[in-house]
Design a protein around this ligand. Structure first.
Ligand code: C2E
Ligand code: CA
Ligand code: CA
Length: 262
């Protein structure tokens, strides 16, 4: 697997799929999260959970992550230029591994790719997980600040599953919190999960952070989130993670496809 992964970028075997991000107030697709897939010549479609860890351990995640960043920015700029949809897409989110973030030249690389691709920096959102924060916190803060200064948005992914500390939330200049889907799953049946989400939402409003709820699958979950002031969601209620052509289709027919559920 490791050997095969070594050549995956070079052999053009990697592909980005996209999942729509929906604004709850308007029920419109306003953005997308890029999610990695590997078309392995023998194994077929390999999912991130089966490869990211190997890519991190071997260090290949650095070049893979760079490819992801370049590819997603280029695709997004193309979507904007093509004016796909009635209103152009506003945001593209990309997952960043802690190993990738830890590289000394990470920020410079991002800024270079932003410049090369021509993406408006504020339309790019980097998703970091709490595993990033366990590193030297001052260095982490400095990097995030440099990215923010360049206009790039930063979100905390899988919020609530790791070492999230309120002290960090206060010190780190995030723009967005993404509520992990394990909390969303039971909001309509488990009072504790409902209370937890309400707390996250009110905390986010104090810190002036946007919130994206992940893994929204039912209309009941959607309604709960909408009535508690959550701004955005992703999930099967609107769409699975799909290939470029399918995403473009969804985006063109955004009103039909996402309001069929919501
Ligand atoms: P994530 O960032 O939390 O991404 C969301 C995952 O949940 C995606 O799985 C998505 O397909 C899935 N999902 C979305 N909506 C629903 C829903 O309504 N219900 C359920 N049950 N699942 C839903 P995927 O694509 O398999 O990605 C898994 C993880 O792999 C991602 O979790 C992310 O941490 C990582 N990953 C994906 N692409 C990249 C990448 O380019 N770089 C890095 N470093 N990590 C990546
Ligand atoms: Ca993510
Ligand atoms: Ca997530």
């Amino acid at each position: 697997m490791e050997n095969a992964l070594r050549n995956a970028v070079k052999n053009n075997e990697l592909e980005l799929y996209y999942q729509p991000v929906i604004e709850i107030a308007t029920r419109k697709i306003i953005g997308a999260e890029a999610l990695l897939r590997w078309n392995h010549p023998q194994m077929g479609l390999v999912m991130p959970d089966e490869m990211i860890e190997i890519a991190e351990e071997s260090g290949f995640i650095v070049s893979i992550g760079e490819w992801v960043l370049r590819e997603a920015c280029t695709q997004f700029v193309k979507w904007r230029a093509d004016r796909v949809g009635v209103s152009p897409i506003e945001r593209i989110a990309i997952n960043i591994s802690a190993v990738q973030f830890r590289q000394n030249d990470f920020v410079d690389k991002v800024i270079n790719i932003v410049a090369e691709s021509g993406i408006v920096p504020s339309m790019l959102e980097l998703e970091l997980t709490e595993s990033v924060i366990v590193d030297k916190i001052d260095t982490v803060i400095e990097k995030i600040k440099r990215l923010r200064k360049a206009g790039i948005a930063i979100s905390m992914d899988d919020f609530g599953t790791g070492y999230s500390s309120l002290a960090y939330l206060k010190r780190l200049p995030f723009t967005t919190l993404k509520i992990d889907r394990t909390f969303v799953r039971d909001i309509t049946i488990d009072e504790d999960d409902a209370a937890l989400i309400e707390t996250i939402l009110s905390m986010a409003s104090i810190f002036k952070l946007d919130v994206i709820a992940e893994g929204v699958e039912t209309i009941e979950q959607f309604e709960f989130l909408a009535s508690h002031g959550c701004q955005y969601f992703q999930g099967y209620l609107c769409s699975k993670t799909v290939q470029v052509s399918k995403f473009e289709e969804l985006f063109l027919h955004e009103i039909q496809s996402c309001s069929s559920g919501v």
